[in-house]
Design a protein around this ligand. Sequence first.
Ligand SMILES: NC(=O)c1ccc[n+]([C@@H]2O[C@H](COP(=O)([O-])OP(=O)(O)OC[C@H]3O[C@@H](n4cnc5c(N)ncnc54)[C@H](O)[C@@H]3O)[C@@H](O)[C@H]2O)c1
Length: 155
Amino acid sequence: MHKQIAIVTGAGKGIGKAISLQLINDGFFVVLVDADKTCGEKTAKEIGKTKSVFYQTDISNEKQVVQLFQAIEKKYGNIDVVVNNAGIIRDNMIWNMEAADFDLVINVNLKGTWLMCREAAKKMKQQNFGRIINISSRAWMGNIGQTIILHQKLV
Ligand SMILES: NC(=O)c1ccc[n+]([C@@H]2O[C@H](COP(=O)([O-])OP(=O)(O)OC[C@H]3O[C@@H](n4cnc5c(N)ncnc54)[C@H](O)[C@@H]3O)[C@@H](O)[C@H]2O)c1
């Protein structure tokens, strides 16, 4: 039996950290991915080297995502589960919102998740096995100050 490898994005804190802890409890070795080095390293230290490793990666950066998958493949071989949890919000009333905030949210939540799915799919197709889990939000149903998320779900 090979070691089961799971990648979790946004694993440095919050929901991503909780998902990582549960996967470790279920017997997985977890690759903790986060753009924030401080919280990623802190979580990796708490969990320990035998159960996890931290990779600082911005999921909206194509080059970094490709390098992440190359590095994991080289080191561990298989990639069994990918949890796309990393996401950001820039909540504001639409009339106060900058287009740059729209671009930022779309780049992380939509393009970043897609980049992770693309690289995971390449590997999982080759393995003939894999699971991709994308964490969403019910904010697409309509919340005050969350027009970006609403539009993200409409495209
Ligand atoms: N907290 C909620 O109530 C709630 C509700 C619905 C959906 N969600 C979704 O669940 C997910 C996690 O939410 P949370 O509350 O734990 O968030 P959080 O802000 O506590 O943690 C998100 C983590 O993602 C990391 N991150 C941000 N941008 C990144 C990037 N470009 N590349 C890699 N990592 C990045 C952050 O550094 C952070 O560690 C998000 O996608 C969020 O939209 C959360």
